[in-house]
Structures are given as C-alpha cells and as structure tokens.
Design a protein around this ligand. Structure first.
Ligand SMILES: [Fe+2]
Length: 303
C-alpha cells in the first residue's frame, strides 16, 4: 500500500509588509485583489487545520499543485519555503509552480530556486538550462510504486489573464519520460497546475495548448492527472482511444469557502499493487466551517 495526499493553491503568504515599489506592474492588481477579498478567503488557520488532518494519516508522499504565493514575490517564495520545510521530509513532498508563482517575469534565482529540493528530478535533466525555471520540468520523482511527473504551466501573462501553457521542450521531454516508463511497472501520476480540459475553467484561466498535451497522452497514457487552479473539486476523465484517465482537481487548501462555497479540501489516495495491476482509491476530506475541523467527505468513484 502506498498512500499519498494532494492539496493545491494554498496561497499561504501574507502581503502585509511588502513595499509599494514591488507593485509597480501587474502585481498592483493582484495586491488590490488580495487586500479586498482574497485575504479574507485564504486563511492560514484553515491551512493549519488541513495539515493537522493530513498528518493523522500515515502518508508516504504529499503533492502540491502550485499557487503557494499570491504575487510571486521573492519574499513570498521564502515564506512558502519555510512552510514546505514544516511539512516533513523534503523527499516526501513534491511541488510544481502555478501561475501565481510567475505573476510577472522574475529571475529564477530569487524565486523558484528556493523550492528546488521539492521539485528537482531524481536524475539530472539533459535539457536543463541554468536559470531557466521551466527547464526543470517535467520533473520525474519515483517514490515507491509511483512515478510523479511534474509539469510547469506557469508563465507571465497580461493583466486579467491567468492562462498557462506548455512549451515545446516540456512536451518533447514529457514524451521521452513516458516512453521510458513504459517498460516499468509504475503508477504514473501527472501533476499540472492548469486543468488539462479547457472547459474546466473560464477562458481567461485556461491552459492554452491542451491539444498538444492530449496528443502526447493519447500515445503515452498516464494513470492519474492531478491539478489545481480552478479552486473547485472536480473529477473528470481524459478519454483517448484506449484509455480513460481520471483527472482530479481540489479547491484551495486555505479556502474558508464563505462566499464561493468551495471550502478547502484535500484528496487522500491509497494505491495497492496486485500482480501487474494497480488499484486506486480516492477519499476527499473537507473543511467544515461550523466545526472548525476537517472531516471525511466522500469517496470518489474511480474506475
Ligand atoms: Fe492558479
């Protein structure tokens, strides 16, 4: 049995002490959004309760599908790194970036590099280019019977857009990784911040090149896709000629859900290996506002 948990979009950082000079770009809009409503919705006390609930399970791994920050400021990456270090062993947590981590164009060294131990691949990547954040992805981390494959859809966008994309190199490398895993009996979990089906979120928040990703996954299917970004719980399927891959999204890990109704949730997975086949179960745990605690919500109907 291998047990892992998925949470997403914790938006755990505070913008209380940032200087106005850091906001002289698209960030000013994000700051106003945080000040006027996001900071009331994304609450550290909810996230703390989620972690308390998580640690009641005997976990082998935790995956976090992006958006730990609000504006992708260097100091937010530092704050999030301290939080990541509080989760447990570094090797037992995998992170990918979300669009908020690439709110505007920044240097890799001052931002995402601070999380490197949480996404770097088990083996060095040939296509890695120093200083280029996206060249670290797809990451490949094999833990027990699971191959966690992390993508980065994070790229700076114009104001009012929160789209994501996969560059050609990542799609090529993803093809290579999935081809190489064909000969191994591993359960392939693809981690992506933006949902891989374009209808899951509004147009301005979509993954722009879903077709190219689907083309790769139709040739080299994965067993499970986990995403964030939508701040909603979703179970969908990616259907190709021979496969039907579950796609699971969870709401923001810190959401009170007072206005949206999408309170914080995380998903707990139990994977059993039986001969050459795997059996997966998925359970949702939800924040119950009235009780200020997380409780088992339901089991997701997986094939
Ligand atoms: Fe996002």
């Amino acid at each position: 049995m291998f047990t892992f948990a998925h949470l997403s979009d914790p938006h755990l950082t505070t913008l209380d002490r940032i200087s106005w000079t850091a906001l002289l770009n698209k960030r000013i809009m994000g700051y106003i959004s945080w000040k006027t409503h996001r900071r009331a919705e994304h609450r550290r006390e909810v996230l703390d309760l989620l972690l308390g609930s998580l640690h009641q399970h005997s976990l082998d791994h935790i995956v976090i599908t992006g958006d730990l920050t609000h504006l992708g400021l260097p100091q937010e990456f530092q704050e999030a790194r301290l939080w990541l270090d509080s989760l447990g062993k570094i090797a037992e947590t995998t992170v990918i970036p979300g669009n908020h981590e690439a709110y505007v164009s920044t240097s890799y060294e001052s931002t995402l590099k601070q999380w490197e131990p949480y996404f770097q691949s088990d083996a060095p990547k040939e296509s890695h280019r120093p200083g280029k954040a996206r060249s670290h992805f797809p990451s490949l981390r094999i833990r027990g019977p699971v191959a966690f494959i992390g993508l980065s859809t994070a790229c700076p966008t114009a104001p009012f857009l929160a789209t994501g994309s996969l560059d050609v190199q990542q799609l090529e490398d993803l093809t290579g990784i999935l081809r190489s895993l064909q000969s191994q009996t591993v359960f392939k979990v693809l981690l992506i911040h933006h949902p891989p089906l374009s209808h899951t979120v509004r147009w301005r928040k979509r993954l722009t090149n879903t077709d190219q990703l689907h083309e790769v996954l139709s040739r080299f299917p994965v067993d499970l896709i986990l995403h964030g970004h939508s701040h909603k719980c979703a179970l969908e399927f990616l259907s190709t000629r021979e496969n039907r891959t579950p796609i699971i999204g969870v709401p923001s890990a810190s959401a009170k859900g007072e206005k949206s109704g999408d309170e914080s949730q995380y998903c707990l997975f139990h994977l059993k290996r039986q001969a050459d086949a795997f059996q997966l179960s998925a359970s949702l745990y939800s924040y119950v506002r009235e009780k200020a605690q997380f409780m088992f919500s339901r089991t997701l109907p997986l094939p």
